[in-house]
Write a protein that binds this ligand. Structure first.
Ligand code: NOJ
Length: 545
C-alpha cells in the first residue's frame, strides 16, 4: 500500500464533499426555510451505501448559527448554538448521528473574519473604549470626521462605519452589520479556538473557513491601491462581455497579511488535536499562487483550499487545461487540490456556460475525475440552472443594492426541487425564495437512467471504488484533439486515462494515439466507440490487462 491509495487517504481527500445551502435544502415545518430536520430526512439521498445515492464523503453546512440574517447566516450572533429557524441543538445532534451512521463527515461553516454587530462581543465593544471586548474589533478615530483610509467594503461603500458611543469608526469588510474581528487580539483567538473545540467535541469533523485570507489587516491602515478594469461580464449572460471601465480595489493592505498565516497555523494546531479533522478555506481576491500559499508548507495551514479558478467565462478545454496544470505546478509538495464549479456566491456553472445536459455531464465528469477533492454544490448533481428572479423578490443584500450589475446571489440559492408536488416538495409553506420552474427534480431524474443525476451517482460510485480516481496521481497528456482534456490517474494498483470531449462535435481517435488501445471502463455513452469520442463524452479507460 502506498501513500497514494485510498485506504491511507484521510476522508477529506478521498471523497466528494457536498455543499448544502441549508436554507434552501428541505423545509420540515412549513415556514418556507430549509432546516436541520429537513436535511436529516434527506440523508439517504446523499449516502445510503448503494449506487442509487450520491455517495458523498463529507457534508458542508452553510452557517446554521443564530444570525440576524443581514447576509443570510454569514453574520453570526452566537457561534455556539443553532438558529431556531434551522432547529435546535438536539436536531443538530440527530443530524450528526444520522450522518455518522451513514459514514458522512460533517463540516461547519466558520465565519470569523467578522461577527454580526448583534453578537454580545460587539454589543459590549461598542459601548466604551475601556470595555474589555472593545479590542475584539478594529477601530479608528478617522481624520476630520472621515474614515482613516480608502478601504472599501466588498459589498460597496466605505469599509468604515461611525460608532457614536465611542466616537470612532469600526471596520467592516462586508456589510456594516458584519464588524471585522481583531485577529491581533490573542484573547479573541483563544475564543475562536474554543468555538472550534466546542463543535469538534460535538462530533463535527471540520470547518469551512469564510474569507480566511481576510483575517489580519495592515496595522498602519495604509490605503489600498486601485486598478482600472475595462471588461465586465454581462448581467444575466456572463459569457458575454461589456466594455465599461471600472475602478477596482486591489486588496493589498486588507488581505494576505503575513500574520494571517500565523493565525491559520494556530488554528491548524487546534484541528490536529483530534485525528481526522480538517479545515478548508475560502481564499478570495487572489492569484493562483497566492491562494495555494494557504497550504503553508503543504501541510501546515489549511488542509484544503478552494480552487475558484474554474469560475471562468468559457468552458473550453484549453482554459481548463491551463488552470489545472498551473494548479498542479504551483501546489506545494504534499498538498491536495480542492475543485469547485459552483457555490452559493457565483452563478451556477450550468447557467454560466449555458450547458445542455450532455455538457453538464462533461463538467461533472471533470470535477469528479481530477486529482483532488470535488466540492459539489447542492443542485449541481441535477444540472440545476440559476433561477431568474424579479427584482422585488430579491433577498441578497448584494442584489438589492446593485441589481442589475450584478444581479446578486439569490439565483443560485433557490430551493432544491425534490418532486413535482407544490413548491417542488421543498416546503408546504411559502418558500423564502421562489422554486425554479419544475423542469427537473430529484424524483424525475432518479427515474431516468440518462439524467444528469443518474450519471453523477454512477460516476461517484465508480470513483469511490477506484483508487486511481480517489487517491491517484495525475498527469495531463495530449488528447485526440485540442477540444479534449486528457489525463492519467495512477495509484499503486491502477492506471487510468480520462478523456473528456469538451465540444459538441464527434472527435476521431487516431489509431496509434495515446488512448486508441485503451478499454473503456466508464463512459457517458452506452456503447463507446473505439474510433471516436461522442460530443461531450466522458470516458475513463485503462490499458488491456
Ligand atoms: C463569503 C461567503 O461565501 C459569502 O456568502 C458571504 O457573503 C461573505 N463571505 C461574507 O461573509
Amino acid at each position: 500500500m502506498t501513500a497514494n491509495d485510498a485506504q491511507s487517504q484521510p476522508w477529506w481527500k478521498r471523497g466528494v464533499i457536498y455543499h448544502c445551502y441549508v436554507r434552501s435544502f428541505m423545509d420540515s415545518n412549513g415556514d418556507g426555510v430549509g432546516d436541520l430536520p429537513g436535511l436529516t430526512s434527506k440523508l439517504d439521498v446523499l449516502r445510503d451505501g448503494t449506487p442509487s445515492s450520491l455517495g458523498i464523503e463529507g457534508l458542508w453546512l452553510s452557517p446554521v448559527y443564530p444570525s440576524p440574517n443581514r447576509d443570510f447566516g454569514y453574520d453570526i450572533s452566537d457561534y455556539s448554538s443553532i438558529d431556531p429557524v434551522y432547529g435546535t441543538m438536539e436536531d443538530f445532534d440527530r443530524l450528526m448521528a444520522g450522518a455518522r451512521a451513514r459514514g458522512i463527515h460533517l463540516i461547519m461553516d466558520l465565519v470569523v473574519n467578522h461577527s454580526s454587530t448583534e453578537h454580545p462581543w460587539f454589543r459590549q465593544a461598542r459601548t466604551s473604549r475601556e470595555n474589555p471586548f472593545h479590542d475584539y474589533y478594529l477601530w479608528s478615530d478617522g481624520t476630520n470626521g472621515k474614515p482613516p483610509n480608502n478601504w472599501g467594503s466588498t459589498f460597496g461603500g466605505s469599509a468604515w462605519e461611525w460608532n457614536e458611543q465611542t466616537h470612532e469608526f469600526y471596520l467592516h469588510s462586508f456589510l456594516k452589520e458584519q464588524a471585522d474581528l481583531n485577529w491581533r487580539n490573542h484573547r479573541l483567538r483563544e475564543e475562536i479556538h474554543d468555538i472550534m473545540r466546542f463543535w469538534m467535541n460535538r462530533g463535527v469533523d471540520g470547518f469551512r473557513l469564510d474569507v480566511a485570507n481576510y483575517y489580519v489587516k495592515d496595522a498602519q491602515l495604509r490605503d489600498n491601491a486601485h486598478e482600472v478594469v475595462i471588461t465586465q461580464p454581462m448581467p444575466g449572460n456572463p459569457s458575454k462581455t461589456l466594455y465599461i471601465p471600472m475602478s477596482r480595489e486591489v486588496y493589498d493592505h486588507t488581505v494576505d497579511q503575513p500574520e494571517t498565516h500565523d493565525a491559520l497555523r494556530e488554528m491548524r494546531g487546534v484541528i490536529d488535536e483530534k485525528p481526522g479533522h480538517m479545515m478548508v478555506g475560502e481564499i478570495a481576491q487572489r492569484t493562483q499562487g497566492q491562494v495555494l500559499s494557504y497550504y503553508g508548507d503543504g501541510d501546515s495551514e489549511l488542509n484544503l483550499v478552494f480552487n475558484f479558478f474554474f469560475f471562468v467565462r468559457h468552458f473550453r478545454a484549453k482554459d481548463f487545461r491551463d488552470i489545472i496544470q498551473r494548479t498542479l505546478d504551483l501546489l506545494p509538495e504534499g498538498a491536495w487540490p480542492a475543485w469547485v464549479l459552483s457555490n452559493h456566491d457565483v452563478v451556477r456553472a450550468v447557467s454560466r456556460y449555458h450547458c445542455s445536459p450532455p455538457m453538464t455531464k462533461s463538467m461533472i465528469g471533470l470535477l469528479l475525475t481530477l486529482k483532488g477533492t470535488p466540492f459539489l454544490y447542492n443542485g449541481e448533481e441535477l444540472g440545476l440552472a440559476n433561477t431568474p428572479l424579479l427584482r422585488k423578490l430579491l433577498q441578497d443584500p448584494v442584489g438589492k443594492r446593485y441589481w442589475p450589475l450584478p444581479v446578486g446571489r439569490d439565483g443560485e440559492r433557490t430551493p432544491m426541487p425534490w418532486d413535482d408536488t407544490a413548491n417542488a416538495g421543498f416546503t408546504t409553506g411559502v418558500p423564502w425564495l421562489p422554486v425554479s420552474a419544475p423542469a427537473m427534480s430529484y424524483s424525475t431524474e432518479s427515474a431516468d437512467p440518462t439524467s444528469v443525476l443518474s450519471f453523477t451517482r454512477r460516476l461517484s460510485w465508480f470513483r469511490s471504488h477506484h483508487s486511481a480516481l480517489n487517491a491517484g496521481d495525475m498527469s495531463i497528456v495530449a488528447g485526440p484533439s485540442d477540444t479534449c482534456l486528457c489525463f492519467t490517474r495512477t495509484s499503486s494498483a491502477e492506471h487510468m486515462t480520462i478523456t473528456i470531449n469538451l465540444s459538441d462535435q464527434t472527435v476521431a481517435i487516431p489509431r496509434g494515439s495515446f488512448t486508441s488501445d485503451q478499454i473503456p471502463l466508464f463512459s457517458t455513452e452506452e456503447q463507446p466507440s473505439m474510433d471516436s469520442l461522442a460530443p461531450w463524452e466522458v470516458r475513463i479507460a485503462a490499458a488491456p490487462a
